[in-house]
Design a binder for this molecule. Structure first.
Ligand code: NAI
Ligand code: MG
Length: 487
């Protein structure tokens, strides 16, 4: 007995239960010092450049081109030649082979791309990369079946597609844009966001490996000026834009009367609605995933939590406890839940709106967490006592900040959920199937998730109502913006 006790005494009991660092290696990625624009299958030396930095450490990563109007013109010219020189008339089954190849190479090089995407590695590895590859696989399947997708409508490609994407899902948004465009026989000029050009530039090497014909995909980098030059270009037939509502509106004005096709995927202020008959712990996980996934840099983030009054207190208590376990820090650490805020500008926007929330009278809660000294960081935040008129209940914050409101009846929940200029997504948590359907019919949102949140599948169309934009990406619906019909 005494022996046993002594053995027990010596057993190594950990004194500290925090996680040891588990960093993913950066060695897998080779970064060039300087990148040009990818035009006609070759690298074009940029006339103007800027430096791209890591938001987690503020270190300079590479010198990037800021494409001028002339460079955009060359990219559009290359896309036009590739369109005319065979890509648009290639049989769908042949186009599909390239898309399948790209999908497979994305899978093979997924570690490299996941590291370079710059967000929490757990998310880029498990969400962005698998979904990006799945998107190419999915649209590869449609390339030779367009006649069946749109029977008796003689679908034809539109021509040159100009595509402008944001910084929150750099590679995934590229996949959402490029895969359906190529499947339908179009060629592309794509511009990644100025803060996140690197995975798009590495993707050019994926295209080289896939032996995609030169000029079918052209990638130019730069800020809004480059974007505007693409939108403006007379030889672009279709614009696909994902980003802020402000820029979306400007693009729509710019294109009015031009005959160019347009799809806009803009902001959101989604309601995540929790009824008192839901599985509470599951709902808490869904709420956390809904707003803290990707630092809240998600257009469909569940940023307004609507809680039925009868469960308000236990839910908020569970939520706060769960928040304490979120790990904020190095995006390359496999245990990290919340990484760096994308840019200083975005951090300042979050800070401004959070200050407005406090000023207007909401109650703020942030779990104790130590933020890194360098880089752009914001602690996971919950606001309670939020009135519908507060800015934090109305405006898109695009950060890890949740506003909690309450309701009593399903009618009131619908009314509050729809009380926003946006209409991109919504979530409903309840045990009753009939209530899910009742709610889904009344919520003015492009996507309604039931007992889950932020779930994506390439076969499921995604897009908004009202100021969240128009047009759908994903699924059969996602083909239509890239086709013309003889009618
Ligand atoms: P933004 O709309 O300015 O940027 C998105 C893309 O549009 C970038 O590639 C940018 O270079 C390009 N762009 C900017 N001005 C342009 C113009 N005049 N013509 C053509 N392209 C242009 O978004 P920003 O300023 O980075 O973020 C501001 C706010 O927008 C965020 O705080 C967030 O609320 C919202 N946002 C929403 C996104 C979404 O997924 N729906 C994505 C990014 C931002
Ligand atoms: Mg902007």
């Amino acid at each position: 007995m005494t022996d046993l006790e002594r053995k027990h005494d010596r057993a190594p009991v950990p004194r500290d239960w925090t996680y040891a660092p588990a960093p993913e290696s950066r060695e897998i990625v080779r970064l060039d010092e300087r990148y040009g624009h990818f035009v006609g299958g070759e690298w074009l030396e940029p006339a103007e450049t800027y430096e791209t930095i890591s938001p987690a450490s503020e270190e300079t990563l590479a010198t990037i081109g800021q494409a001028t109007r002339e460079e955009v013109d060359r990219a559009v010219g290359a896309a036009r030649s590739a369109f005319a020189d065979g890509w648009s008339s290639l049989p769908g089954s042949e186009r599909a082979k390239y898309l399948f190849r790209i999908a497979r190479i994305l899978q093979e090089r997924s570690r490299e791309l996941a590291v370079l995407d710059g967000k929490p590695i757990k998310e880029s590895r498990d969400v962005d990369l698998p979904l990006a590859a799945a998107h190419f696989f999915y649209y590869a399947g449609w390339a030779d079946k367009l006649e069946y997708a749109f029977p008796n409508r003689a679908p034809r490609p539109v021509g040159v597609a100009g595509q402008i994407i944001p910084w929150n899902f750099p590679l995934l948004m590229l996949a959402w844009k490029i895969a359906p465009a190529l499947a339908c026989g179009n060629t592309v000029v794509l511009k990644p966001a100025e803060t996140t050009p690197l995975t798009a530039l590495l993707f050019c090497d994926v295209l080289r490996q896939a032996e995609l014909p030169a000029g079918v995909v052209n990638i130019v980098t730069g800020d809004g000026r480059t974007g505007a030059a693409i939108v403006d270009h007379a030889d672009v037939d279709k614009i696909a834009f994902t980003g802020s509502t402000e820029v979306g509106k400007a693009i729509q004005r710019q294109l009015a009367g031009s005959g160019k096709k347009l799809t806009l995927e803009l902001g959101g202020k989604a309601a995540n609605i929790v009824f008192d008959d839901c599985a509470l712990d599951q709902a808490v996980e869904g709420i956390v995933n809904g707003i803290y996934f990707n630092q809240g840099h998600v257009c469909c983030a569940g940023s307004r939590l609507l809680v039925q009054e009868s469960i308000y207190e236990p839910l908020v208590e569970k939520l706060k406890r769960r928040l304490e376990t979120l790990r904020v820090g190095d995006p390359l650490d496999k245990n990290t839940d919340v990484g760096a805020i994308n840019s200083r500008m975005q951090l300042e926007k979050i800070q401004e709106l959070v200050a407005a929330g406090e000023e207007e009278g909401a109650e703020i809660y942030q779990p104790p967490c130590r933020l890194p000294e360098k880089g752009y960081w914001f602690a996971p935040t919950v606001f309670t006592n939020v009135a519908q008129s507060y800015r934090i209940a109305q405006e898109e914050i695009f950060g890890p900040v949740l506003s909690v409101l309450t309701f009593r009846t399903p009618e009131e929940a619908v009314e509050k959920a729809n009380n926003t200029p946006y209409g991109l997504s919504a979530g409903v948590w309840t045990e009753k199937g009939s209530r899910i359907l009742w709610m889904a019919q009344r919520l003015r949102a492009g996507v309604v998730w039931a007992n889950t949140f932020n779930r994506f599948d390439p076969s499921s169309p995604f897009g908004g109502y009202k100021e969240s934009g128009f047009g759908r990406e994903g699924g059969l619906h996602g083909l239509e913006p890239y086709l013309r019909f003889d009618e």
